[in-house]
Design a protein around this ligand. Sequence first.
Ligand code: 3PG
Length: 191
Amino acid sequence: MKTFVYMVRHGESPKTEGNERTRGLTDKGQSDTYRITELLKGEEIEVFVSSPYQRAILTIQELARCAGQEIVVFEDLKERIFSNEDSRMPDKELIPLLEKSFSDPNFALTGGESNIVCQSRAIAVLKELLTIHHGRRIGLGTHGAVMTLMMGYYDKQYDLDFLMHTSKPDVYRMEFDDQALVEVKRLWSIR
Ligand SMILES: O=C(O)[C@H](O)COP(=O)(O)O
């Protein structure tokens, strides 16, 4: 029996407001949540889980509401901690850090996580979800780096280049046969 995981990367978030945990969505990010709902409401997703970060929860909230389901938050689905959770790392620092991290998966800044540490904690959750919700459809509110690391665990094509070509929001449907990934389809299209 197939299990489907819908990776929903959050929409646009204000970069200067709140901290990593609390910043929400911009007006565009908010309006994209309705597009996500339209796109996915026919998929009959019954289980909703998310990163604990507001921007990820808010992106799937309307879809979960339409499905009459609660969102279950998993701390270990949060975005990779690049240096700390207090503020967003500027892109001019983030991009070199990502380049270094994808060539050395054990590399971490002081106070931050490596790719390997982030991947291990998120994959532990995903494997548990695939077991508990075997045969069901799971919507997962996520972020660029942790999503790429989860997808890359199953298929090496999901690497830094993939991450750099993703959008906010973005949606990928992963089809599993038990714990094995059989297919990935991008469902989001950029207008
Ligand atoms: O999905 C992501 O890349 C992270 O959550 C960072 O999002 P941001 O560009 O809003 O900081």
